[in-house]
Design a protein around this ligand. Sequence first.
Ligand code: HH2
Length: 285
Amino acid sequence: MLWRCRDRDVDLSSRTLVMGVVNVTPDSFSDGGRYAAPDAALAHARRLRAEGAGVLDLGGESTRPGSQPVPDDEQWRRIGPVVETLAQEGDALISVDTASAAVAERALAAGAHIVNDVTALGDPAMAAVVAGAGAGLVLMHMRGTPADMQRDPRYTDAAAEVAAFLAQRFEITAEAGIASEQVAFDPGIGFGKAARHSLELLARLDALVALGRPVLVGVSRKSFIGQILDLPVDQRLEGSLAAAAVAVFLGARIIRAHDVGATVRAVRIAEALREARQTTHPAQA
Ligand code: HH2
């Protein structure tokens, strides 16, 4: 399985891609303010690369529950210097975590490879920007907006509804001239989901895997883990690793994580187990 991200074809057939989170923000839910200065963000990005991140996800806007949108110029003021420096260094695969077509366009012009859009083309100009650059695109499911998404979200069948939504967005990408090889899907863990919905989406990841494109999962430090273990955000590493490993076993090809080194080690075992099952029981894989 290949993921086309401009001039890079990322092979996801056996190795899981770990996407390291670089929040260049004052207010992200788990690490807000730690990497808000460009030098701190760059040092963090390089550290995540050294720990095994295959892609770096740079964001200048928190999407935590209750957050408000950040204007385009401010997003770019935060992430622009980091994108530009990493792109000049040349080796890292760079993703930009933005719902804004204007910010995505500037990042792609500076050398980014992927647009991680948590609104799945909520900005009507986004599809043309991605198509024009031939960029990788993450289509994520969210119910509502970050400001209101955790106010009593309801689903009849969360796995089926999320898969149907993403399949519908996938059709729009095709109409906009985005090749299917550019697209990855994400169930949007914690985005307009109660803990039980996040668990259902992970347990039934096969409904998304069946759509035939790489599935990205972001469980790192999220609140469903905190709720199950009754632990604050800085004590959710083991829970995050367990959930990431299960996601990979069930077919996720990209894991978005804050703790990259530990995540790489956990997913290596999960993908070896997935491979073993495929070899011994091909029908289940
Ligand atoms: N989760 C967050 C942000 N972006 N993108 C994708 N595709 N999938 C996710 O699960 C996802 C995401 C939330 O994590 P974080 O970036 O650490 O927090 P914040 O939004 O507060 O900056």
